[in-house]
Design a protein around this ligand. Sequence first.
Ligand code: PGA
Length: 254
Amino acid sequence: MRKPMVAGNWKMNGDIVTNEHLFTAIRGGLERASIAQVDVVVCPPYPYLGQAAAWLNDTGVVLGAQNLCSQPNGAFTGEVSATMLSDLGCGWVIIGHSERRTILGEDDELVARKVEIALAEGLGVIVCVGESLQERDAGVTEAVLGRQVDAFCALAGGAAAERFVVAYEPVWAIGTGKTASPEMAQAAHAFIRARLASGGVGHAADIRILYGGSVKANNASSLFGMPDIDGGLIGGASLVADDFLNICRAAQAA
Ligand code: PGA
């Protein structure tokens, strides 16, 4: 039985004042949301992790980061290490988001190194995969997903299932309002799970696979109702407390 997860990826949004409003609203809504069966994670930008840790204290919501450095410490100006994330109270870190892969040039090898160092620090990882529109149109979705999954299969095999999460995020669905249909997403999730299993991940059936890409309160239930979709990685809708909480409720009900 896989426990559903809903993770909010705030991306490069927010400031001290608006964050405080958002945290207050999330805190206030959590009790009424009755989402005890869902792992809820919030990933604000680095500078606000300390602020978030204070606000989320005692709520059951776990703090996550959006990225980390592949190196443990030292002369890496502007970078943030796995140890620092733990120190600030993070339980999770998103790795290999498509925006980092495409805009910031992260490749499969770097993603794997980041996964390795995060796991070694005891962080849970949410590792993102997904095809672009061009790749889907060219009929190479499975080749792309397969290559991305193969790069971290060995690490997934060695990690506890509770701490290793994969997020399927078709690039064409991120921030565009275009969501993959539940059937399309389910097919990709089933492919990813099968690929993990054939790659030697003995507990592939226990690894959570989240869907991301324009998940909203009104489409979350149909996505989360699919057998291999174990929750969502939420961008835009995680910045609106009611929408985020309703997505968490949909995960609870699924
Ligand atoms: P979106 O972003 O929900 O705004 O599409 C999802 C993500 O990039 O993680």
